[in-house]
Design a protein around this ligand. Structure first.
Ligand SMILES: [Fe+2]
Ligand SMILES: [Fe+2]
Length: 202
């Protein structure tokens, strides 16, 4: 078994089953973006497999730092070169929030790509679905009104905008562009419906 095959097995055994499609998706986008930008494909692939790995057992809080730690430990046990481990870990640490200010410029291409691969679905409509699911969890069917629905659509639109506008690479913006525009237009069309205007008027 080569290293990547071993990582796939490790990831399958460690992530919650429900989280795994996201991991497969991030790996696929990360590889594709690495090929377009000339980034190190092995570094981004490994970082993508490990990036959320602590979440199932330790929760979402600081999961970037914890997942980077788990990747470091696992990779060093297998004799992976220390310099490459640090590049993997740096990408994992940087994936949670966009880096802003003076630290943005020197951010390695592999770190930019992992962030972009992680956010690219959110920029194309998954963020809207997430907002609607959260509304469903917070509000019972009986008390659900059009004003709630409008607020959730607006929130979904904001999440979509934020995800798209924080992407680092042109390659990711190009991939996400059509889905981003469709999602924002869809939200705007919904919010133009009379039923939402009537709900806002009350
Ligand atoms: Fe994450
Ligand atoms: Fe993720």
């Amino acid at each position: 078994m080569n290293l990547i095959e071993e990582i796939v097995t490790h990831a399958r055994n460690t992530y919650l089953a429900g989280d795994f499609p996201h991991i497969v998706e991030v790996v696929a986008y990360a590889r594709r973006l690495a090929r377009t930008t000339g980034a190190d494909e092995e570094i981004v692939t490994i970082a993508a497999y490990f990036h959320d790995i602590s979440r199932g057992t330790m929760g979402p809080e600081e999961h970037n730092v914890r997942s980077a730690e788990m990747a470091r430990e696992w990779l060093s046990q297998r004799g992976y070169p220390a310099e490459r481990i640090e590049r993997v870990a740096a990408a994992i640490v940087a994936h949670m929030r966009p880096t802003t200010g003076p630290e943005r410029e020197p951010l390695a291409i592999e770190s930019r790509i992992l962030y972009d691969a992680d956010k690219i679905s959110r920029a194309q409509g998954i963020g809207l679905l997430g907002a609607l699911v959260r509304l469903g969890q917070q509000t019972s069917w009986e008390e659900l009104g059009y004003a709630h629905l409008a607020a959730a659509i607006q929130e979904g639109r904001n999440v979509t905008e934020e995800a798209y506008h924080t992407l680092y690479t042109d390659a990711a913006r190009e991939l996400a562009g059509p889905g981003y525009l469709r999602t924002v237009e869809f939200c705007d069309q919904l919010l133009e419906l009379e039923v939402f205007k009537a709900a806002a008027g009350h």
